[in-house]
Design a protein around this ligand. Structure first.
Ligand SMILES: NC(=O)c1ccc[n+]([C@@H]2O[C@H](COP(=O)([O-])OP(=O)(O)OC[C@H]3O[C@@H](n4cnc5c(N)ncnc54)[C@H](O)[C@@H]3O)[C@@H](O)[C@H]2O)c1
Length: 105
């Protein structure tokens, strides 16, 4: 049995790098994968590659710094697959000035 059967995974930053590798692996393990990235073309291509290899994947534009965009990606996932079981919050950003100061925001 595949390890991610019946799972629906939303992967931010899934068009390249760690997110893309994770999307490919999760799809191989039976997950339905939603690839969300602000590189919409790259996300679409990644989803097409998974589909061409017999996996299940779709893509959506995501700006991970925008709350509305995040809500849209979650809603899209649930619309497509009826649920969301697995989140890979892969996109991270660092503002060294802010992030090193935990007292003052
Ligand atoms: N590669 C490493 O050694 C390493 C080490 C520590 C942390 N990280 C962190 O892990 C994450 C992934 O790293 P990676 O090497 O795969 O990076 P990458 O640059 O190869 O891939 C990042 C993906 O995220 C997308 N992306 C970036 N900002 C976005 C945003 N605001 N909204 C939507 N999509 C966005 C990009 O289009 C790209 O497809 C990054 O947050 C990185 O900071 C990476």
């Amino acid at each position: 049995m595949m390890r991610m059967e019946n799972k629906v995974a939303l992967i931010t930053g899934g068009a390249s790098g760690i997110g893309l590798s994770t999307a490919n692996l999760m799809a191989r393990e039976g997950a339905k994968v939603v690839i969300a990235d602000f590189n919409a073309d790259g996300a679409r291509e990644a989803a097409e590659n998974i589909s061409n290899q017999g996996g299940e994947a779709v893509s959506i534009f995501l700006d991970a710094g925008n709350e509305t965009s995040i809500k849209e990606a979650v809603e899209f996932t649930v619309q497509q697959h009826g649920k969301l079981t697995t989140l890979f919050n892969n996109v991270g950003s660092t503002n060294l000035k802010k992030d090193l100061d935990v007292v003052n925001r």
